[in-house]
Design a protein around this ligand. Structure first.
Ligand SMILES: O=P(O)(O)OC[C@H]1O[C@](O)(CO)[C@@H](O)[C@@H]1O
Length: 555
């Protein structure tokens, strides 16, 4: 092994994150990614590992042993291990809302580890209710208003009350796990509800109104629309047999008209984007079965165990979190692509968009003091190979380097000939190409060898040249199932916590979405009331938009 690879730069000894990372990155940038592999024959095994049902390869990153040591030292100096301990102990890490964030305790419920703490008893009671509600639907004890067994479930919720169950139900679809068909209504756009209601049978459709606050405009409107549709379709006033609710405000759900025995209460401390592990997984349990939901938690629990027991240097979620920080703060990278080469993980990028961008889109530290470094970047992506025929051009030759996560399962639930093999060949081929690139000189030589004129070859080679040197992580699982999905979600959650805690931000609140909600409430009145004179208080652009809307109503 070359000494240049193993020589660890002096350990970080100050807490100025930006400056220390920059000097480390300057040095790291001198070694191209592909030459790191020739310098270090054991690189793939050194920078990869098993994480429960997942295998994570992070060898194609601008790192060596010294850099990992330094990044982990930085995490240590910033108290990451203590923060994780505090999280597990139920400390109120969500300081602006005075709430804990003990998500591992939800996953522990699915393990053999017994606990009698009051919090764990509340959790056990929540899951017992979930199990009963699910069993009553499955065994036909709870039927529709006309006495029929339910066939369809519409989850009405938005944000964290939608993305999680939607992702899990889609991931497990077509695995023969349940008989109830899931549907998801989130957006307030009336087309969403209209189109769902056009496909489901009124007599046998159950609506799960999922809202932590039970005050979210979109969810309340969609739930009201569902009720009015049921009443009209069934010719009944009381359609309450068709409604369940998941909420931290059971009294508000009752006031809405959901019967008390059909309300699944969820503790207040569970935040929306982390709530798939809680009662907010009810639609998963209904449509894929309680065993699948349990397996999801078990997968997450395997990651909890790894994070708790592994030292930082071999703690995979911590390393990935520190790599996010490494690229954001030291390399100035502003976005991260999530590329599932597994059709049934196609919703993962939008799930992670909320998880990361609602959590780490912050500009002040947890104590309210200003940050002097960048925090969360943009998360985006789509399923492979669709992206290859679209934005991968930018990934390969664009002016910005964007770290990519490739996620794939090693076997398919729906094999056809060699198609799944081709999918993986594309997946592995993309990360290799991003890293390796191709020089203009090599391309020029090939073109000339194939008979092209030297001048034309030199010019075309400039367009065809691939810079390479672009980092990526590859996450593999044997087959997509509830357990591997649970591990995958927990991996990303811890990765987010690792970077957030080192930045010193609170990843559990989301104050930035509140003002927009208030303003749209005010505009709701302004749009609908031509006599509302508050237009004069608005800027000319917004006034113009409101006026156009009002004019369109009179056409
Ligand atoms: O479950 P609720 O209270 O309806 O909230 C839905 C979503 O709205 C948000 O509060 C932000 O708009 C999310 O964090 C949350 O997941």
């Amino acid at each position: 092994m070359s000494p240049t690879v193993n020589q660890a730069p002096a350990l970080l000894c100050d807490l100025d994150l930006q400056a220390t990372l920059h000097s480390l990155a300057k040095k790291a940038a001198c070694t191209p990614l592909k030459s790191r592999f020739s310098l270090e024959p054991n690189r793939a095994t050194r920078f990869s590992g098993e994480l429960g049902p997942l295998f994570v390869d992070y060898a194609k990153h601008h790192i060596d042993t010294g850099i990992i040591t330094n990044l982990c030292e930085l995490a240590r100096q910033r108290g990451l291990a203590q923060q994780f301990n505090a999280l597990r102990a139920g400390a109120k890490l969500n300081n602006t809302e005075g709430r804990s964030a003990n998500y591992p305790s939800l996953r522990r419920w699915a393990s053999d580890e017994a606990s009698t703490s009051p919090q764990d008893q509340t959790i056990a009671a929540m899951f017992a209710t979930m199990e009963n509600l699910t069993a009553e639907i499955h065994n036909g004890a709870h039927r529709s208003s006309t006495g029929k067994v339910f066939t369809d479930v519409v989850n009405i919720g938005i944000g964290g009350s939608d993305f999680g169950p939607r992702l899990v139900c889609d991931a497990l679809a077509n695995q023969g796990l349940g008989t109830l068909r899931p549907h998801f209504a989130a957006n307030i756009d009336p087309s969403v509800m209209t189109e769902i209601l056009a496909t489901v049978p009124a007599e046998t459709t159950l609506f799960v109104v999922a809202s932590k606050s039970f005050g979210t405009q979109e969810t309340r409107c969609n739930a009201q629309a569902a009720r009015a549709w049921l009443q009209a379709s069934l010719g009944l006033e009381d359609v309450s047999d068709h409604f369940m609710a998941v909420s931290s405000k059971p009294e508000a759900a009752m006031a809405f008209g959901v019967r008390e025995q059909y309300i699944l209460a969820v503790p207040e401390w569970i935040g929306g984007r982390f709530s798939v592990w809680s009662g907010f997984g009810l639609t998963v349990a209904l449509c894929a079965g309680m065993n699948s939901f349990r397996a999801l938690l078990k997968g997450g629990y395997a990651v909890d165990q790894h994070v708790e027991k592994q030292p930082l240097e071999s703690n995979i979620p911590v390393i990935l979190g520190m790599l996010d920080l490494w690229y954001r703060n030291a390399w100035g990278m502003t976005s991260q692509a999530v590329l599932p080469y597994e059709h049934h993980l196609k919703l993962l990028p939008i799930y992670l968009q909320q998880l990361f961008m609602e959590s780490a889109g912050k500009s002040v530290k947890a104590d309210g003091s200003p940050l002097n470094n960048a925090t969360g970047g943009v998360i985006w992506g789509t399923e492979g190979t669709n992206g290859q025929h679209s934005f991968h051009q930018l990934l390969h030759q664009g002016s910005d380097a964007i770290p990519c996560d490739f996620i794939a399962s090693l076997s398919s639930h729906n094999p056809i000939g060699e198609q799944h093999q081709a999918l993986l060949a594309n997946c592995f081929g993309q990360s290799l190409t991003l890293m390796q690139g191709q020089s203009a000189a090599d391309i020029e030589q090939d073109l000339i060898a194939n008979g092209m004129d030297a001048n034309a070859a030199a010019q075309l080679a400039q367009h065809k040249a691939m810079p390479g040197n672009r980092p990526s992580t590859t996450i593999l699982m044997d087959k997509l199932d509830a357990e591997s999905l649970g591990a995958l979600i927990a991996l990303y959650e811890y990765r987010l916590f690792a970077s957030s805690f080192v930045w010193g931000i609170n990843p559990f609140d989301q104050w930035g979405v509140e003002l927009g909600k208030q303003i749209s409430q005010t505009l709701m009145g302004t749009l609908g009331n031509p006599n509302d004179n508050s237009l004069s208080e608005l800027d000319s652009s917004t006034t113009q938009l409101v006026t156009r809307y009002r004019q369109a109503q009179n056409k």
